[in-house]
Design a protein around this ligand. Structure first.
Ligand code: HEC
Ligand code: HEC
Ligand code: HEC
Ligand code: HEC
Ligand code: HEC
Ligand code: HEC
Ligand code: HEC
Length: 296
């Protein structure tokens, strides 16, 4: 058992080293060959990383090193060599391998290198700013897009598809998510609806700023325009209300809270009243039934 395992591991390393040597010293090639080269590199990486059980210990935590091959191949980067994002992996054992925060930082630098237009916008947004307390950006590309499962927004499984966006944002904005769940838009979006507003319908994606910034899509000035993408009703007044609130007796949700209480008790009261009427009616019938002239 142990012997067999060792031999496989040695075999893997050998075949991988040979592949890398062949690729490094191979002649310059066409687009078609480039695809093949990419396929060969990825095949090498996936020989180890395609195994579900591959794990490592890092900072006392067990980290899975498994990459779902089918999911990766179907993703937007499925024909790209792993090494385009993992630029510092050039050999095995991986002497240059990064872990934890450093790995996340390095790879997200590669996203920005290739997607320059998006990066220009993102740098101005709240998520592109450094969070000094944690010594990292507020939200990395991969926090919203995923890692080896990056798809276009039209793909239902994408972390950024219309119906998945609230769950993606909720990883960090859980309190807002709880409020959003009370919203009429959420009632539709969380059940798979395509028309109602998801987080990005109102906030945008790479230009997100807080409500106090003038240029934000949710600043007092811009709310009418933002809602107006989908609504025709008098929009001025909507800028005055709060979008995210809790159902509590005081604060932004007070009106909705007391309206709910009022209608709940109105419903209970009405039903009780009707039940009492029925009981009085039944009692009358019972007494009448006891009288001889009512028998027929
Ligand atoms: C022979 C098996 C094997 C091959 C081939 C292999 N890896 Fe690894 N990889 C590992 C192991 C084991 C680790 C655990 C850490 C270590 O030993 O460096 C690892 C760690 C990593 C890590 C760091 C993860 C972390 O948080 O520690 C990345 C990224 C990675 N590999 C990417 C790749 C890429 C990209 C390729 C192909 C170019 C590749 N690996 C080829 C076995 C392999
Ligand atoms: C589009 C960029 C991109 C490509 C292409 C890519 N990766 Fe990654 N990979 C990442 C990011 C980002 C992380 C860091 C994830 C984290 O911990 O947040 C990562 C992490 C890893 C890890 C560490 C374990 C983990 O999931 O955190 C391994 C192992 C790994 N990648 C292997 C591969 C292999 C093998 C391929 C090719 C089949 C590949 N990667 C292709 C972006 C990429
Ligand atoms: C080596 C260059 C490169 C790197 C690195 C890279 N990408 Fe890409 N990305 C591409 C290419 C090329 C496409 C395909 C473009 C197309 O066909 O429209 C793409 C497609 C995408 C798409 C889908 C675009 C669409 O049209 O909907 C997203 C989202 C994306 N990448 C995000 C990321 C993220 C996040 C990272 C980092 C984890 C990353 N990319 C790293 C080159 C790169
Ligand atoms: C706060 C979450 C979030 C972050 C952070 C983020 N994105 Fe996006 N990204 C989205 C959403 C949501 C969409 C879909 C756009 C839509 O629905 O209009 C998107 C779309 C894209 C697209 C497809 C093209 C397009 O314009 O629609 C690319 C490429 C992309 N993002 C790359 C990146 C890169 C690179 C980074 C990091 C510099 C990044 N994203 C950071 C949420 C995010
Ligand atoms: C129908 C439009 C709309 C939708 C959908 C929406 N928001 Fe908002 N959001 C707003 C407006 C308007 C504000 C400005 C403050 C207010 O009115 O509550 C805001 C404020 C915020 C704030 C900052 C202020 C605060 O209350 O902390 C965050 C964070 C936020 N939204 C995140 C989200 C997330 C996450 C989602 C999805 C789960 C989401 N929003 C869905 C319109 C929307
Ligand atoms: C990785 C965590 C993370 C993810 C994912 C994330 N955010 Fe954020 N977001 C933050 C942090 C951190 C801040 C800055 C601190 C703060 O003000 O809450 C922030 C700030 C904001 C603000 C401004 C809040 C204010 O009061 O100024 C809005 C609006 C917002 N995010 C919306 C979204 C939306 C919409 C999504 C999903 C498309 C999203 N965020 C995804 C971490 C995240
Ligand atoms: C992406 C399109 C879209 C955006 C942007 C949008 N809404 Fe809506 N909204 C809808 C749809 C669709 C419904 C109907 C939802 C349902 O009940 O299924 C709706 C329902 C509502 C309702 C319930 C009453 C009614 O007409 O059914 C209110 C109130 C509302 N939206 C307010 C807002 C406000 C305020 C904003 C801006 C901060 C906004 N909406 C932005 C699509 C949108």
């Amino acid at each position: 058992m142990g012997m067999g395992k060792n031999r496989t591991a040695t075999g893997l390393v050998l075949s991988w080293v040979i592949t890398v040597i062949c690729l490094a010293f191979g002649p310059a090639v066409s687009a078609e060959d480039l695809l093949q080269k990419s396929a060969r590199i990825n095949e090498g990486c996936l020989r180890c990383h395609g195994a579900r059980g591959l794990k490592t210990k890092f900072d006392g935590k067990t980290v899975s090193l498994y990459v779902d091959e089918a999911g990766y191949r179907a993703s937007m980067h499925g024909t790209m060599p792993c090494t385009y994002c993992h630029t510092n992996i050039t050999d095995y054992p991986h002497t240059g391998a990064l872990t934890g925060k450093d790995l996340v930082k390095q790879v997200n630098g590669e996203c920005r290198r290739c997607h320059k237009d998006i990066t220009t916008m993102y740098n101005q947004s709240v998520h592109g700013k450094v969070n000094r307390k944690e010594g990292k950006l507020n939200a990395y590309c991969s926090d919203c897009h995923g890692i080896h499962n990056i798809y276009k927004k039209e793909v239902a499984a994408a972390t950024i598809s219309h119906n998945n966006v609230p769950h993606t944002c909720a990883k960090c904005h859980n309190e807002i998510m709880k409020k959003y769940e009370l919203d009429f838009h959420a009632k539709s979006v969380l059940l798979g609806g395509k028309e109602a507003a998801s987080c990005v319908s109102c906030h945008g994606s790479h230009t997100i700023l807080g409500p106090e910034e003038k240029t934000s899509t949710v600043s007092k000035e811009n709310i009418p325009k933002t809602c107006g993408k989908c609504h025709l009703f008098p929009l001025k007044n909507f800028a005055k209300g709060k979008m995210h609130y809790e159902l509590k007796p005081a604060g932004d949700g007070a009106v909705s809270f007391w309206t709910l209480i009022f209608f709940t008790w109105l419903t209970i009261g009405t039903i009780t009243f009707v039940l009492v009427l029925i009981l009085i009616e039944l009692r009358r019938k019972w007494i009448d039934a006891g009288r001889p002239e009512s028998r027929f």
